[in-house]
Design a protein around this ligand. Structure first.
Ligand SMILES: Cc1cc2nc3c(=O)[nH]c(=O)nc-3n(C[C@H](O)[C@H](O)[C@H](O)COP(=O)(O)OP(=O)(O)OC[C@H]3O[C@@H](n4cnc5c(N)ncnc54)[C@H](O)[C@@H]3O)c2cc1C
Length: 368
């Protein structure tokens, strides 16, 4: 988010942009640990609209920035094994159709025919959207960081923000590595750590870190090249091709909030057993790499975008586990909000911080 915002501000002609990253490299937070999925299949209008604007930006990314990001339109297939999910997804698909996203509805038998290597006896139905897929998160971060730098922005690593100074309810400076950067504008794009930056400005942002993890396997030549991103929705279990093997993850519903990013080996066994039950050929696969990272979860599973009661203090965080794909458009929307006083490409009112005062809005259902 930070890289995309810096890029879009610089592209709009704003040269005095400083991008502050605590780590030694960019993109080591949630973005660098994410599974790379990009999809149109959401349950709320605002998330679908974010995808309608953001995914085409990923398609054009290499042409625009010169950075390859390996976009693959392998499609997303949601498997539905509970009656309540079938009912909810019927509504989601109707909304997607109304907004121009042509998700297909598949019967259990059609899915069983298409994916013989997956055990699907309990699957009632599924949804399929062909231009959902995958892209390379590190490529996106570096494309935006390098593009922002070329256009005059100053990206800095090893620079941890320790304070936001305000005067008379307005941002006055950002304190990082013992230095004061005087500025009337600060943007909080600290992902799972965004609540701590919010506190520095005196705001209580409802963004909670929750650990999620996945692993990738040794080559599985049986997996066809056009294998889709498959999500067993009831179990929050997913698979997609990664190199010549598979990447698989499953969300632990009992994970407590916290900043621990070590791989939970006990949960890995539970997840691997569930994955092998669905896809028995995984029993013959070895593990090549394992990754744990943090979702940045809000009460309604939607991000917080835009200005706040502290003048000059903006937030772009809380994407609740599906923010990588919305990075391109959210960078543009934030640049508009900062430079023009209001995001214009899309009305971001449903995503503003103030929504929580009125009680959070409709929750996103398609959270994995
Ligand atoms: C396991 C996993 C799988 C996921 N899969 C997907 C997926 O398939 N598709 C998808 O769209 N999304 C996915 N996500 C979610 C996605 O990764 C996030 O929504 C998105 O990357 C958030 O981006 P961000 O820029 O807000 O946060 P981050 O990428 O975490 O960036 C925040 C940055 O702020 C820095 N920072 C924090 N505190 C400070 C400070 N005090 N000073 C300076 N810098 C600071 C951090 O070091 C970090 O680099 C997944 C997440 C995880 C963990």
């Amino acid at each position: 988010m930070g890289a995309s915002i810096a890029y879009h501000l610089a592209k709009a002609g704003q040269r005095d942009v400083v991008l502050l990253e605590r780590d030694s490299f960019f993109g080591q937070g949630a973005t660098g640990r994410c599974a790379g999925g990009i999809r149109y299949q959401f349950s709320t209008e605002i998330n679908i609209r974010l995808s309608l604007l953001s995914l085409p930006m990923l398609d054009r990314f290499e042409e625009e920035t010169g950075q390859a990001i390996d976009v693959r339109h392998c499609g997303y297939l949601f498997l539905l094994a509970r009656e309540e999910d079938v009912a909810a997804f019927e509504q989601n698909v109707a909304l997607q159709h109304r907004l121009g996203v042509h998700t297909g509805w598949l019967s259990g038998d059609e899915i069983r025919r298409r994916l013989p290597m997956i055990r699907l006896d309990d699957v009632l139905a599924g949804t399929w959207h062909a231009t959902d897929g995958l892209a390379d998160p590190n490529g996106v971060v570096m494309g935006y960081v390098n593009g922002a730098r070329r256009m005059g922005a100053t990206p800095l690593t090893g620079t941890a923000v320790a304070g936001i100074e305000t005067r008379g309810g307005k941002v006055a400076a950002v304190v990082a590595n013992g230095n004061r950067i005087e500025t009337p504008i600060a943007v909080n794009a600290a992902g799972p750590w965004a609540a701590s930056i919010g506190k520095m400005a005196g705001l209580d942002l409802p963004i909670v870190p929750i650990r999620r993890q996945w692993l990738s396997t040794t080559p599985l030549p049986q997996i066809p090249h056009d294998f889709p991103f498959v999500i067993d929705f009831a179990q929050s279990l997913y698979f997609h091709r990664e190199g010549d093997g598979l990447l698989t993850g499953m969300s632990n519903p009992d994970e407590s909030p916290g900043f621990d990013q070590s791989v939970d080996r006990d949960w890995e066994i539970v997840a691997m057993e569930a994955a092998a039950r669905r896809m028995p050929l995984l029993e013959s696969a070895g593990v090549v790499s394992r990754v744990a990272g943090l979702y940045e979860v809000t009460p309604d599973a939607h991000p917080i975008l835009g200005g706040t009661p502290v003048e000059g203090f903006y937030v772009c965080a809380g994407f609740s586990g599906h923010g990588f794909m919305h990075g391109p458009i959210c960078g543009l929307l934030m640049a508009e909000e900062i430079l023009n006083g209001r995001a214009t490409t899309l009305d971001i009112d449903p995503l503003r911080f103030k929504r929580f005062a009125a009680g959070a809005g409709r929750e996103e259902y398609n959270v994995v």
